[in-house]
Design a binder for this molecule. Structure first.
Ligand SMILES: NC(=O)c1ccc[n+]([C@@H]2O[C@H](COP(=O)([O-])OP(=O)(O)OC[C@H]3O[C@@H](n4cnc5c(N)ncnc54)[C@H](OP(=O)(O)O)[C@@H]3O)[C@@H](O)[C@H]2O)c1
Length: 371
């Protein structure tokens, strides 16, 4: 096996490497709704220019992508190249180290898209493979791999959850009319798309006024059972949301209230998180640190405007999902309040998806520094 490994050493990435990694990334993406808190990972085994086995990580606790691909590779005739979208792990978790599975197979070359930022891995997997004489190439389609797992990368490197802001608004930026009505701003297709975003994240956040005015359920049952249920987080410094509100009807709710707020009855679905609220507002970073401690790696902020404004003010939102109904309302509730900037200092938005669900406009993109 070692001579086969030496035979393939030193090969530079080729067009074929990019194409096989594209396939591994497509497999990884299948885990979008199910792998958190683990990253999405895909792997393919290639021999003599043909894919002979594939695998992807389905859910935390399940087989890792490379172990799954290698287990399906029969008969194992080498030398082969393994393409994997994230650096193989070297530590024993709920499953054995992937590096061991690779070393036990006639794999001569490993092509990795991105290094794993998890401190238990972070270059150690790559070093272990190289030490065993395997040719290792790192960075093929690396930016795509990092983008796919942006919430995982963000959480591992900052210790805070990745934050996506979501709003459905009129073309003039109103999320509700003056009486608080917001239901008909966008089409049913756009609302469905908005709800699907909840499947991507670990928690959703809503402001007290939205919960009181709309009385939303704020959840769908998870369609991917191995994943923990969606956490519903209500920002309610005065504990003004009634215990009978629909949001408490199912799932798991974190009811965030002020230190001295009076809570008359705690619904069975809710756990209380008491935070200081200087000036009536919880510092967003403190809130996010508390959610991270609960295992939350990604958050969807569902509004309203004041809640969204708080995240923008704190500079702690990374992405936005903006739905525009094809109408102009005039006065109403703003998509963002309590936040202002000069034109030159305005937060930038770099769209990576533009769609027209039900004739509405849907922009999803990254928030960035002023241009
Ligand atoms: N179209 C859409 O996408 C959409 C989505 C959501 C909501 N809406 C509409 O938006 C309207 C409500 O929006 P809104 O801007 O008036 O209010 P909101 O953001 O829903 O709620 C604001 C309240 O939430 C609490 N809050 C928010 N951030 C906080 C923080 N960092 N710390 C402590 N408390 C925090 C505060 O409660 P206290 O008041 O107790 O201080 C604050 O006054 C409703 O009419 C709803 O229908 C539309």
């Amino acid at each position: 096996m070692s001579s086969a490994r030496r035979g393939a050493a030193g090969a530079a990435p080729s067009d074929a490497d990019h194409a096989f990694m594209a396939r591994a990334l497509a497999l990884a993406g299948r885990g979008l709704y199910s792998t958190s808190p683990n990253p999405m990972v895909g792997a393919v085994v290639v021999r003599e220019g043909r894919i002979v086995a594939e695998g992807w990580h389905r859910h935390a606790g399940g087989a890792h992508a490379e172990a799954s691909a290698l287990a399906r590779w029969r008969p194992r005739r080498g030398p082969a190249t393994l393409y994997v979208t994230l650096e193989p792990c070297v530590h024993q978790g709920r499953t054995p180290p992937c590096v061991d599975a690779i070393l036990a197979a006639p794999v001569a070359r490993v092509v990795v898209a991105a290094q794993d930022p998890d401190p238990r891995v972070n270059g150690r997997g790559i070093a272990a493979l190289k030490k065993a004489g395997i040719a290792v190439e790192v960075g093929v389609r690396g930016p795509e791999a990092a983008f796919l797992n942006r919430s995982f990368f963000h959480a591992r490197t900052t210790g805070l959850p990745y934050v996506i802001l979501k709003s459905a608004m009129t073309l003039d930026g109103r999320i509700a009319d003056r009486r608080g009505g917001s239901f008909w701003i966008t089409s049913e297709a756009a609302r469905r798309e908005g709800k699907r975003l909840r499947e991507e994240v670990d928690a959703i956040v809503a402001g007290s006024r939205t919960v009181r005015v709309d009385d939303p359920f704020l959840a769908r049952l998870r369609e991917h059972p191995p994943r923990p249920p969606l956490l519903k987080v209500i920002l309610d410094p005065e504990a003004a949301v009634p215990a009978g509100a629909r949001v408490f009807g199912d799932g798991r709710v974190v009811w965030v209230v002020g230190r001295s707020a009076r809570v008359r009855r705690l619904p069975a679905t809710a756990s209380l998180l008491r935070l200081s609220a200087p000036g009536g507002r919880f510092p967003v970073e403190t809130l996010l640190r508390n959610l991270a401690a609960l295992g939350v790696q990604s958050v969807l902020v569902e509004g309203g405007g004041e809640t969204v404004g708080g995240f923008l003010r704190a500079g702690l939102a990374q992405e936005a999902a903006l739905f525009y109904g094809m109408k102009v309302m005039g006065e109403g509730v703003n998509a963002v309040t309590g936040f202002s900037n000069s034109v030159a200092g305005a937060i930038g938005f770099r769209p990576f998806a533009v769609r027209r669900p039900g004739g509405d406009l849907y922009l999803r993109g990254s928030l960035c520094s002023p241009a």
